[in-house]
Design a protein around this ligand. Sequence first.
Ligand code: CP
Ligand code: NVA
Length: 347
Amino acid sequence: MECFETQMRTDPTLMNSPKTHPPGLLPEPAAPRDLVSIHDLAPSEILTLFSLTSMLKQRPADFRGVLAGKQMVMFFEKPSLRTRLTFEAGMDSLGGSTFFVDQTASRLNARESLYDIAHNLERWIDLIVLRTFSHAVVEEMATYADVPVINALSELEHPCQALADFFTLQEHFGDLSKIHFAYVGDGNNMAHSLLLAGASVGAKVSIATPQRYGLNPVIVTMAKAIADETKALLRILSDPRKAVAGADAVYTDAWASMGHEHEAEERAAIFTPYQVNAALMQLAKPNALFMHCLPAHRGCEVTDQVIDSVNSVVFDQAENRLHIQKAILVWLLGGGVGRFPARSAHA
Ligand code: CP
Ligand code: NVA
């Protein structure tokens, strides 16, 4: 995998360059970059990406045609509503085209090696988006392919969703380093990407999982290293009440992720104390936001009362998948984020 080395940091003159270009004339990035993990982004790059996202959300017409002639392929081993449609709609609105390959019947590398697939794709296509069971498949594709690779969900991470979520939080609260973000439930792909994203933006992050369903220790180590740099405060807990106490936002996800549906009954018994209901939300700050990546399992990890409340931002999160992914596509295919002037999310 090509390591992210930010153009903004290596060429600081780009940081404040005015937006003088027609969007279609953006230069190509010097080398292909991938988004396999939140860890691939420097903390400063995440905030710059959010500024670009804000511009794309406010002024979509300015970016129409910016990716004209670019082609993206998506291989999905698992079902999707939001991720597929937001990538396809986003690419279309930027002027590029998408080819979707339904890979749910067999794994991506069942017919031929990832090495061979990668060296075919890079001859035809400008960018590869993967939704896989194995995280190693995304990593390997990123290693082999000489074009950018985006992780659209693996068993280990869901970086596009976590970026959309923290962008949503920035819209609500402004300075992310001042918020207390709580996640309760399974120590899954969402929990991992949210921990890394929360660490990157310098937030206070509290995560509570049942002990047998805890976080991957490699992700926790990575997050702690990021937190040393950003001064984020990370709390890895098992008590959901402790995690949620005083939180500005409470997040949960499915108790049985895709690929684990057969464990749903066994998990339901263990995860019941982690249900986000009115009693648990009472422990958070008054008017704390409720968040969920969706699809939600109403009556399991969240009650109707909470997900349908005025403080639920689940559809804002879903909308922001479109805007953040457009920013990611422009960044990876259309030029460095440092070329765009930073703007307040509230401008
Ligand atoms: N949140 C999310 O990734 O939704 P889909 O599984 O529908 O893409
Ligand atoms: N953790 C969930 C996220 C779905 C968007 C899953 O992997 O199924």
